[in-house]
Design a binder for this molecule. Structure first.
Ligand SMILES: Cc1cc2nc3c(=O)[nH]c(=O)nc-3n(C[C@H](O)[C@H](O)[C@H](O)COP(=O)(O)OP(=O)(O)OC[C@H]3O[C@@H](n4cnc5c(N)ncnc54)[C@H](O)[C@@H]3O)c2cc1C
Ligand SMILES: *[C@@H]1O[C@H](CO)[C@@H](O)[C@H](O)[C@H]1NC(C)=O
Ligand SMILES: *[C@@H]1O[C@H](CO)[C@@H](O)[C@H](O)[C@H]1NC(C)=O
Ligand SMILES: *[C@@H]1O[C@H](CO)[C@@H](O)[C@H](O)[C@H]1NC(C)=O
Ligand SMILES: *[C@@H]1O[C@H](CO)[C@@H](O)[C@H](O)[C@H]1NC(C)=O
Length: 604
């Protein structure tokens, strides 16, 4: 039953590019004609969340020839059904995992936490939860903390226009606040219409605890949020469907899927970028050349792999692989991911059994009219943002809710593992269990990404995530679990038969209270797969990889414009922030080449 979705979705049986090419691949000697046809003004590496926004903006200038190289397959309609958790579709995922460390992820398979990001046109915006949360003003203002003049550009008041220029908000009560929201952009944002009984109960419970129902994107400190999602007509709107698909016909735009870039070719003397090497087929290398700029948008993990393979990174790390260093930069350091924990779940009662016939019918309904159970995310539609500490006038934790259906007699959940409780089996509208994931929005612990030891080119990069290394992170998680548990004491919950679900919490089952939650947090740690920071922006090449114009320090013609440039997390998801970074970045590129005539890059 676990993979029932797959059987309904034939497109998913796509094999990934794997292998041990590392060995003898030689660069093909392209003839003159081939070389000329593979010259572009801009090459975008990675057609993900940010890459698709950039492709749209840069190709709008008709005399610029733009190439997008994406490792994954093209997106299709099956990934766009809101009620289906696409994060379970392995064929469109990069399945990374963290290194064992002895203090977090202990009881996860292999003692490691999974980090999954999208490997498909649209990237993680095809596999994410679509929640539109921007984070708080203090987060963006904090990116400016060193006081460098150029960083002023990233203060909240200076980035709000870029959030708005891609936004098309479909909820009028939200849109009324025109300081924060807008219409007319490519990315349609809207709430789901459907609200079930548990949504009402949980909302009432949180309200009784003192949370107000607010738009979290207006710098609210705390709220019970009826989330807005990246959807249009109850269909997922990835950045591919919103930004790239509508302009794929442009003659100056070329998109190649199944194309994995393996090297950025950098002239060692001039420290300037010439082009890229990519592979559509195992071992068959192709080249593309850039006249103006290359923009790297392969996400916070893959960016590190590609830059290290290209000779950009810490000398010691490159030396292990005999890679000649071209420029010393802290690429891969400052890795951060938001982190949460499994094991806290409530069991609902009186939920009818779901039949396979009903589910098949739900699929038909969605395909015909975009309505029904698949036009819903169930309890995931709401979340609570909580401020635990007074310092910042902003939330520290999101209590993210996730429904799941467990087949178990009378909900005797004692023998249900944390893993089983989290693994979504049915469309999200069907659930008898609610997992409460307290998400650490601003983790203190930082990690590092490096090349795979044996297979640097194709093997999973090493992620030393160091989750919960800083004791503050653990304390915040446990404090927020206390708050979540208060739901059970509300009058609203007492009216119902919602109960604490006694999952199998081995080896923490014999402990109690704080000791138990400390233990659970260390054993059932969970990565949110919102990695950032590995190519952070900043003042100079000692502390950062890119400057505030997102140009790689010391290397001409190369920028990075995705989640990896964020120095610290924003107090929400990072999907909206990533689109903003790409939008703002595109404007920088256009300004540099159109208004100042390539002032920064006048080498050709
Ligand atoms: C399961 C999940 C749920 C999430 N839910 C939310 C949410 O609800 N709200 C929210 O705000 N955020 C959410 N996020 C986070 C957010 O969606 C992502 O962090 C963000 O979209 C990342 O964007 P990006 O452009 O940096 O990278 P990506 O969107 O991951 O794009 C990188 C692209 O580059 C491609 N690529 C990689 N290497 C190569 C190569 N060598 N050659 C060619 N192409 C390559 C990849 O295949 C991919 O398409 C979620 C993330 C996940 C994984
Ligand atoms: C690096 O080069 C040295 C000397 O040529 C060799 O002994 C070593 O095995 C190489 N290491 C790798 C990872 O290729
Ligand atoms: C939504 O999609 C369905 C199915 O394709 C279509 O019949 C309907 O007209 C669409 N509605 C809107 C408002 O676009
Ligand atoms: C849990 O499983 C074990 C062995 O499978 C069984 O002996 C025990 O009764 C079960 N406990 C509950 C509460 O179902
Ligand atoms: C780099 O910037 C940091 C602050 O961001 C500063 O402390 C450091 O002195 C700078 N280093 C150099 C070499 O300028």
């Amino acid at each position: 039953m676990k993979y029932w979705i797959i059987s309904l979705v034939p497109y998913l049986l796509v094999s990934c590019v794997v292998g041990d090419l590392f060995s003898k691949a030689t660069r093909s000697k392209a003839d003159e004609r081939d070389v000329r046809s593979s010259v572009y003004d801009f090459i975008i590496i990675g057609g993900g969340t940010a890459g698709c926004v950039l492709a749209n903006r840069l190709s709008a200038i008709s005399d610029w020839k733009v190439l997008v190289l994406e490792s994954g397959i093209d997106e299709n309609i099956d990934f766009d059904i809101p009620g289906v958790p696409t994060r379970e579709y392995r064929p469109i995922l990069w399945n990374f995992r963290t290194e064992r460390n002895g203090y977090s992820c202990l009881s996860r398979p292999g003692g490691a936490c999974e980090v999954k990001t999208g490997k498909v046109l649209g990237g993680s915006s095809v596999v994410n939860d679509m929640k539109y949360t921007r984070g708080s003003k203090v987060d963006y203002d904090g990116w400016h903390s060193t006081g460098a003049l150029a960083s002023l550009d990233w203060k909240f008041d200076n980035v709000i226009e870029h959030f708005k220029s891609v936004e098309d908000n479909g909820d009028y009560d939200v849109l009324m606040n025109s300081h924060y929201h807008a219409r007319g952009g490519e990315m349609h944002i809207q709430r789901f219409k459907h609200a079930d009984r548990p949504i009402e109960i949980f909302t009432a419970g949180f309200t009784e605890m003192g949370l107000r129902s607010l738009d979290i994107n207006t710098n609210a400190q705390e709220a019970i949020v009826n989330n807005q999602f990246a959807i249009s007509n109850n269909t997922r709107l990835s950045t591919n469907s919103a930004f790239l698909k509508p302009v794929r016909h442009r003659k100056n735009l070329q998109v190649i899927t199944g194309a994995t870039v393996t090297k950025i070719v950098i002239n060692k003397e001039e420290k300037s970028v010439d082009g890229v090497i990519y592979e559509v087929e195992k071992g068959k290398e192709k080249a593309a050349y850039s006249k103006r700029e290359i923009i790297l948008t392969t996400g916070a993990v893959n960016n590190v792999r590609l830059l290290h393979l290209s000779g950009v990174g810490p000398k010691a790390d490159l030396k292990k692989h005999n890679i000649t260093q071209i420029f010393e930069l802290p690429v891969g350091l400052n890795y951060q991911d938001q982190v949460t924990v499994g094991g806290l779940a409530f069991a609902l009662n009186e939920i009818p059994e779901v039949t396979e016939a009903q589910i098949i019918n739900d699929f038909k309904t969605w395909f015909q009219s975009r309505t029904g159970a698949l036009a819903s995310r169930g309890i995931g539609q709401i979340s609570a943002f909580i401020q635990l500490y007074e310092n910042y006038n902003a939330p520290d934790v999101e209590l993210a809710l996730e429904g799941n259906f467990i087949r178990s007699d009378k909900f005797m959940l004692t023998n249900v593992s944390v893993h089983a409780a989290e693994e979504s089996n049915l469309p999200l509208a069907y659930y008898n269990l609610v997992n409460i994931h307290p998400v650490l929005l601003r983790p203190k612990s930082k990690g590092k990404v490096m090349l795979n030891k044996r297979n640097p080119k194709y093997g999973r990069p090493i992620i030393q995530a160091n989750f919960l290394k800083e004791s503050e992170d653990l304390d915040t998680l446990v404090d927020s679990i206390d708050i979540a548990l208060q739901l059970l004491d509300t009058k609203e919950f007492k009216k119902t038969e919602i109960k604490f679900a006694p999952l199998d919490l081995f080896p923490c089952d014999r402990l109690s209270n704080r000791d138990q939650w400390n233990c659970i947090s260390r054993h059932y740690t969970k990565a949110m797969s919102n990695p950032i920071g590995t190519c952070r922006m900043g003042d100079n090449s000692t502390v950062s990889v890119v400057d505030y114009q997102l140009r790689v320090h010391g290397i001409e013609g190369l920028r990075i414009m995705d989640a990896s440039v964020m120095p610290t997390h924003v107090r929400g998801g990072i999907f909206a922030a990533t689109m903003m970074i790409a939008e703002k970045g595109a404007k920088m590129i256009i300004k540099d080449w159109k208004e100042t005539n390539g002032h920064y890059y006048n080498r050709r």
